[in-house]
Design a protein around this ligand. Sequence first.
Ligand SMILES: Nc1nc2c(c(=O)[nH]1)N=C([C@H](O)[C@H](O)COP(=O)(O)OP(=O)(O)OP(=O)(O)O)CN2
Ligand SMILES: [Zn+2]
Length: 121
Amino acid sequence: MFELTKDFRFEAAHTLDRRIDAEPSRRIHGHSYRAEVSLRGAPDSHGMVMDFGLFGAELARLRDRLDHRFLDDIETIGPATLENLCLFIWRSLAPACPNLARVAVFRDSEGESCAYTGPET
Ligand SMILES: Nc1nc2c(c(=O)[nH]1)N=C([C@H](O)[C@H](O)COP(=O)(O)OP(=O)(O)OP(=O)(O)O)CN2
Ligand SMILES: [Zn+2]
């Protein structure tokens, strides 16, 4: 089995309701994010799990929905945490990429990341 991975970066703003650092978190502020998406599968007759061109086009479409956006405006994300961003990316890509294996979102400047490997079966 193979795992194919591609990443993309986006800049976005949000607010968060938190128990600590409540006041600054409630103010609109921004982060630089990096998302890493992995597909799992066997190569087809062209020797590819998925052509990186097609994979990249799907990621570019999704990136456009996130980059330079106010994430609070995207209702289907909910509170814009790394956890919920993983879920949003997974659900957005799943129709075109049924062999999704892992979605990870990184806030590299803080050394923070979260990964989602799909619903429990
Ligand atoms: N489990 C999670 N916890 C937190 C998340 C998250 O996505 N999942 N997110 C945040 C915030 O986005 C928060 O803005 C990050 O806050 P913090 O690390 O405190 O500080 P900043 O990087 O925004 O600010 P600096 O002042 O530059 O350090 C919190 N928790
Ligand atoms: Zn934040």
